[in-house]
Design a protein around this ligand. Structure first.
Ligand SMILES: [Zn+2]
Length: 286
């Protein structure tokens, strides 16, 4: 990602910073089809009484104020609605906007993609979490950036894209009953995390979510689970309910060489060594 630079007139920002960089603040230029370079050019003139670090359009990214200098983009003489974010600890990013026929502002997809790339780079550089990516609106309630204030979904999508790309996604094939599906999984330290939804689809199962218990149920999913006892190994069919594997008592007993029976006197199911095994042990002891 190429970042062009055209530094603003020194009367438009404060040299240096009082605090370390902790927030990224997203703005819009409130113009119709302006360009990043054009904005930089505008701030080259003195006494604009405002500034931002970066301007983004559908083709280019231009820097107007150095990260280590303080730009004037989210300050107010009025009320602050965010307890921490100020010009002193924030980098301001302006997205060039467009207006539709009804006079509503919007961003081109390419402009959004460039802004995501820039934001990601800055998040990494200054170790900034997604929760610290804000709209100008979040700090002062100014309707800025309008496309992300008037439509909260657009803002959520923007933040989701930042979140998604934090993780390493890999494609893995999974099969069930001869059906093979490829899923995008997150690989973290050698462990694969698959979307429950994807897994359910492969296994032809419905997902239900219990809002009271907050448990996602994949009803009656049969899994094969490998069990081991001593040097015996077997694969048992289990049903997973609420995150717990339930195995058939008969299967488990069989695997352990036990027999089950029913004791009427105390109404219980008992386990005992299989007769065939008892005979074997007896002969071994002789
Ligand atoms: Zn703004």
């Amino acid at each position: 990602m190429k970042i062009n630079k055209m530094i603003a007139h020194s009367s438009n920002f404060t040299k240096g910073r009082k605090q370390k960089i902790e927030f990224l603040v997203i703005h819009y230029t409130a113009n119709n089809g302006d360009l990043a370079k054009g904005n930089c050019n505008y701030f080259k003139s003195p006494n604009r009484n405002a500034s931002a670090h970066y301007f983004v359009d559908e083709k280019e990214i231009w820097q107007s104020v150095e990260d280590n200098d303080t730009a004037w983009h989210c300050g107010t003489s009025g009320k602050y609605y965010h307890s921490e974010c100020r010009n002193d600890n924030a980098i301001g990013i302006e997205l060039c906007s467009e207006k539709d026929s009804k006079g509503n502002y919007y961003f081109n997809n390419e402009t959004i993609n460039n802004a995501i790339e820039l934001t990601k780079m800055l998040m990494k550089k200054y170790n900034i979490p997604t929760t610290n990516i804000l709209r100008h609106y979040d700090i002062t309630r100014k309707i800025c950036p309008a496309p992300f204030v008037n439509n909260i979904t657009n803002w959520q999508n923007f933040k989701n894209k930042l979140e998604e790309e934090k993780y390493m996604f890999v494609n893995r094939n999974y099969s069930y009953n001869g059906k093979v599906k490829s899923f995008k999984v997150i690989n973290d330290n050698g462990e694969n995390f698959v979307k429950v939804r994807d897994l359910a689809e492969l296994l032809n199962k419905k997902i239900s979510y219990d809002t009271n218990t907050k448990i996602t149920n994949l009803d009656d999913i049969l899994f094969n689970v490998n069990v081991e006892a001593g040097n015996k190994k077997a694969t048992l069919n289990v049903v997973n309910i609420g995150g717990f594997n339930f195995v058939k008592v008969r299967d488990l007993a069989d695997f352990l060489g036990l027999e089950t029976g029913y004791n009427e006197t105390n109404n219980s199911i008992f386990f005992k060594l299989k007769n065939s095994l008892i005979e074997k042990i007896k002969s071994f002891r002789k």
